[in-house]
Write a protein that binds this ligand. Structure first.
Ligand code: FES
Length: 139
């Protein structure tokens, strides 16, 4: 039986996949996001998280909050070691909020409610203040 599942960008999806488009259009714009969360999923951070697929969990929270599409979309993506292992599990956030480029530490200890609060802050242009990692210029 043919699947007619359509992804968030309006493309027909390959059978057995959540969002993989059947037809790749190299000129189609990527989906806008207001903020992007890079959750480190490399060995040390993943171990701190007990092997849990944190990105998947965060995406579910984003969906639940209605922030998976539209002008307040929050994109969650996995990445490899960010060189901040001592603060594992780390996450980096870049958002539209003026100058908001923050690093979060010990995110494996965050509850779902704490993540909800962070995502709603991003959606509502509020500054993130939780569990920040300081940055310094070393010369
Ligand atoms: S493994 Fe996550 S910062 Fe190094």
């Amino acid at each position: 039986m043919e699947s007619n599942k359509i992804n968030l960008m309006g493309s027909e999806v390959v059978e057995g996949f959540a969002c993989k488009p059947k037809k790749l259009d190299p000129n189609k714009p990527i989906m806008f996001y207001k903020a992007i969360v890079y959750i480190c999923s490399d060995e040390r951070c993943a171990k701190a998280s007990g092997g849990l697929d944190r990105a998947k969990e965060l995406r579910e929270i984003v969906k639940e909050l209605g922030l998976a599409k539209g002008k307040n979309r929050i994109k969650v993506t996995r990445n490899l070691c960010q060189g901040a292992c001592r603060f594992r599990q780390v996450a980096q956030i870049n958002s539209d909020y003026p100058n908001q480029k923050v690093w979060l530490k010990h995110t494996h200890k965050f509850t779902k409610d704490e993540w909800r609060e962070i995502f709603l802050s991003l959606a509502n242009d509020k500054k993130i203040q939780k569990s920040l990692i300081d940055m310094k210029v070393y010369e």
